[in-house]
Design a protein. Structure first.
Length: 95
């Protein structure tokens, strides 16, 4: 993780501002108390927290989704027999 942070820190301020990923956003921020950029350790901890939180919430979302589909067979049937409207729209946009 530190190698990734160090590599990204080599990018110019302009290059970081053009990127919209979480790491670039934190590298652009300054600590309110010191006015200096955050330490690599702090940035590493923040990014890992986002990754871990994302994993847990995704797992919970999938668990509840499958539970609710299992307890509502009518909805399960609709979901498995007809493509969602967003996919149909994508087919027309990207033939």
């Amino acid at each position: 993780m530190y190698k990734i942070i160090e590599a990204r820190k080599q990018d110019s301020q302009e290059a970081l501002e053009k990127k919209h990923d979480l790491l670039s956003r934190f590298l652009l921020m300054l600590d309110d108390e010191t006015g200096r950029p955050f330490s690599d350790k702090f940035i590493r901890d923040i990014i890992l927290n986002f990754i871990i939180a994302g994993r847990d919430t995704t797992a919970i979302l999938l668990s509840w989704t499958f539970y609710l589909l299992a307890t509502h067979p009518d909805v399960l049937h609709k979901v498995t027999t007809s493509p969602p409207r967003c996919f149909i729209s994508l087919i027309h946009i990207c033939p």
